[in-house]
Design a protein. Structure first.
Lengths: 437, 437
């Protein structure tokens, strides 16, 4: 069984390491030895980890993919990864990829090519690194009906938010710390603006709902607008702020069923299993009709964890070569419409400063009622907030924290606009979604 | 694709429900319709859930299994389940079973029969109900090397311990509550004595370490000796008491590598992901060399959750029938020896009352040193324990809480025996293992 690896960065090196050090185990599990026939790199002259035999390095990726039974793509980016994967498939190789950006942008082209050629295309490592989530969703839960997926699928932002919560850092400080530890890139845009999470959300939504969802279908909002104050208030109201990738069944205004996919910061109740996901860890929480609540937790990035997921896929596709059979193919039979952001239904927490006089709460409550948004709770003097109590004591303003029942994004936006127009409202400080309650 | 279901209890009924209500989805996923051809029951005259078509009921299980492509065994118990599964395999049917007791006792016979007949034998539902754990361990982590598995795999005992911790109940009260809610049987022995968890530990160990491990190989200790005091002291020292199923690599005294498999109550640090597993939920924590720490969380029992896991397996084996190929077969190539309980290495927390005079701690510490057990921490006056402070103030006794570094069970037993023999020691109150630190 000839294996080619495309890319020899952090992940590629660890894939080569596992293929080498675990060779006997892998042969026993596959039923035939896995022979590493080449590692494609841009520059063969760069010094590399000694685990990578220099004789295996080649700059001719195009040639390499035609000499392998299994091609592992861990170079990332759209091109040349896309072209090489298609070429490998054309030549009858099974493909294992960790490339979330490519799958979220152009997955169906790859799936169709693999299907037409009758070869496997596996991608466990593309979502949440080492955590087995693609296989459980594609295979274990295939007899169930998934309602919703809530994922912490970006370790960088989880680390940043965790630092803000536990050490009171502001966003900039926390990002700098993440960069110092190698959790964040020099340019952290892809992480903090939610692009990375959005790609994973698209892949998870496609799998969970048997519907094609691409990156462009995902409503995306990063964590850059969050303040230390937002994080502190989250704790004060019994929540933790997390950047969530959310994919759920929903319906359009006319009642048509569809799926809604989004990435945004959300308040998660402290008692929810996702609230305990600390540091750079990832977790995917799945709600299914029969199975109920499931959570998958682990390392979402890093060379060795990602390589573990890649190798699991390599063994599967290699076993199919040896024993026959094929893995799951793309399943998009449900073909549900992707609903616009306005159709998303969730709970909200609004913080606003209002003029402190009788009747103000009634005015605000009336606006919510007009927009059909129902109030779950209002707090006016949260316990233990001295600064606020001083301000209240001064008699000038009152701070309201309003939690709503589930409402559509559209209704909420209209509500906030109307509230901002009220004379008695000084400012709307923040509007955050509450998920997992 | 003809499907037969053996057993129509809580799980069987939900399997029938999913096969019926999800028929179109299942057909799309399998590539062919799944036709329920019969449900074997002991007594066809009993009134059943209307989702079960009475025309499908039969008391002739032996005949039914010869008329199916896929046989789902959810009757439980050793016989007639074992005979029926073997008969189904003989007739070329693929088998999906949720029967942990049977697999832990006689799995290799079934695996060998399935292998010889070239049919699939799947059993996701046998461990931790709805949680996909068998498939991730058999397939996703197959390119990695698992070091240790720590599982909360019995919902009844987790519920009981959670109630003791959160409401201060004693064991008997908590078991009664679990019985009232249907989480515990009228005779709770299998759960509270750890037999159920031990069966799951054997299955997990077999999968994780490619080695045959049966129920008899599992060292087992239930929760019946735990007191409300143990639970309260756990919290006081920053831990949560959980009944854990543990399977890990280890070595014998002569250095031979092997596996050690056990079930016992353990102190889990409050910051560990397993500590947050509340109520009747299950979770399996896996430590693998490349993947690092993973956790799988969800409902470990109940009709619908278990049926979800069964259906996932049904789809997999049915797809193999339609598209060719086969699932993983038993993998026992590593064939590691199962190490005795004495070889288990872990940390311990000991609570003991000693005569309160100078030099006592030195005597106790000397005993630990003699046995080669190294001390991590000693506390003599835990903060906030008024009763103890009063006793200490009275000058009669002192309570020591000693936490050790990792030591073998053998060394620890010797230590405790020697400590009990010291004049200055009033009593050893408890010795609990500390896991997951």
């Amino acid at each position: 069984m000839r294996v080619a690896v495309l890319g020899c960065g952090v992940v590629g090196t660890q894939v080569v390491r596992l293929l080498t050090t675990q060779a006997d185990d892998l042969a026993a599990r596959v039923g035939a030895p896995l022979q590493l026939v080449g590692v494609a790199v841009r520059d063969t002259s760069v010094e590399r980890d000694p685990v990578v035999d220099p004789a295996l390095l080649t700059a001719d990726a195009e040639g390499l993919v035609t000499r392998a039974d299994v091609v592992v793509e861990v170079m990332g980016g759209i091109e040349p990864a896309r072209g090489l994967i298609l070429r490998a498939i054309e030549h009858g190789a099974a493909v294992v990829t960790a490339n979330k950006a490519l799958l979220a942008q152009d997955g169906p082209t790859l799936y169709a090519a693999a299907d037409a050629a009758g070869v496997d295309l596996y991608f466990e490592a593309a979502v949440a690194g080492a955590i087995p989530i693609v296989r459980p969703v594609r295979e274990s839960l295939v007899g169930d009906r998934i309602r919703r997926v809530l994922g912490i699928v970006n370790g960088t932002t989880n680390y940043v938010l965790d630092k803000m919560a536990t050490e009171g850092l502001d966003l900039e400080q926390a990002v700098k710390e993440a960069q110092a530890l190698g959790y964040a890139e020099a340019d952290p845009t892809a992480d903090v603006e939610g692009y990375d999470a959005a790609a994973k959300a698209a892949i998870l939504a496609s799998l969970a709902f048997h519907t094609r969802v691409s990156l462009d279908d995902v409503d995306r909002e990063g964590i850059t607008a969050l303040t230390a104050d937002d994080v502190a208030w989250a704790a004060r109201t019994g929540h933790v702020l997390k950047l969530l990738a959310i994919a759920e069944r929903g319906e359009a205004e006319d009642g048509t069923p569809g799926v809604q996919v989004r990435v945004h910061p959300a308040l998660v109740p402290a008692s929810h299993p996702l609230a305990g996901v600390r540091g750079a860890f990832n977790a995917v929480f799945v709600e299914a009709e029969a199975a109920g609540e499931l959570m998958f937790y682990g390392r979402g990035a890093g060379g060795a964890p990602t390589a573990s997921a890649v190798l699991g896929d390599v063994v599967s596709v290699a076993r199919h070569r040896v024993l026959g059979g094929r893995g799951p193919v793309e399943s998009s039979y449900a073909d549900l419409p992707v609903l616009p952001a306005e159709a998303a239904r969730t709970r909200y927490q609004m913080r606003l400063d209002v003029v402190d006089r009788p009747g103000v709460l009634a005015q605000v409550a009336a606006v919510l009622a007009e927009h059909g948004v129902s109030i779950e709770a209002v707090r006016q003097t949260p316990v233990g907030d001295d600064a606020l109590e001083n301000a209240l004591a001064a008699g000038e303003i009152a701070r309201l924290v309003i939690t709503t029942h589930a409402a559509t994004e559209r209704a909420l936006r209209g509500t906030v606009e109307s509230i901002e127009g009220l004379d008695v409202v000084r400012r709307v400080i923040s509007v955050l979604r509450v998920e997992g309650a």
